[in-house]
Design a protein. Structure first.
Length: 206
């Protein structure tokens, strides 16, 4: 269900999550403690990981700095300030693992994407809206998940049109990693799935 264009640096892990009820009705409290920077998580972020992730995104010509930095760095900034707020189970688990592993992660609603799905570099002129207020991100040279309508998720900001919502029951998660971090990507993915499964969700590798 997912194809990946050849890329010399990319180490990608993907899996689906299926809930037995609407996302809004799934408790997420079990993940809450992991949204704290000081939590004794299975993985701990470090500067070497941060630089390696930036190298991955930079390879296609994208500049991962400023407002375009990896989502994992943005989470650290928020957690260091006002703190990360709970959103829902699948997003909270995504944010917790990304915060502590230093790896950016995407999560999209599977019923809001249209096959075929492909991971590859976005075209030079590509962009999409990433929040409810209509702000856009320029995607040229950035690794993205594409569906039939175009790019819809990446390691910086996911598209508004494919984000989870109250009625979500199926999601696709992508853990974006550099080839030099393959063992870390595997550990992060395993922990991510454990958090979801402990809350009653079913996950399956893609």
């Amino acid at each position: 269900m997912l194809t990946v264009d050849p890329h010399p640096l990319l180490c990608l892990r993907a899996f689906t999550t299926t809930l037995d009820t609407r996302l809004v009705d799934v408790p997420s409290g079990s993940v809450g403690p992991w949204l704290e920077l000081g939590a004794a998580a299975p993985l701990q972020r470090n500067e070497a990981v941060r630089g390696t992730v930036r190298d991955l995104l930079r390879h296609g010509g994208y500049k991962p700095t400023g407002r375009g930095k990896p989502a994992s760095e943005y989470l650290v900034k928020i957690a260091s300030g006002d703190g990360l707020r709970s959103i829902n189970l699948v997003v909270d688990a995504c944010n917790a693992v990304s915060l502590h592993s230093g790896l950016p992660i995407s999560v999209v609603d599977l019923d809001r994407v249209q096959a075929p799905l492909r991971v590859g570099l976005a075209a030079a002129e590509a962009s999409y809206v990433f929040n409810p207020s209509g702000q856009t991100i320029k995607l040229g040279g950035l690794l993205c998940l594409h569906d039939a309508q175009g790019p819809c998720a990446n390691a910086v900001k996911d598209s508004q049109r494919t984000k989870t919502h109250d009625g979500t029951t199926r999601t696709l998660s992508l853990v974006w990693g550099h080839a030099d971090l393959d063992a870390r990507v595997d550990r992060a993915t395993a922990w991510y799935r454990e958090l979801l499964e402990a809350a009653g969700a079913a996950t399956e590798a893609v």
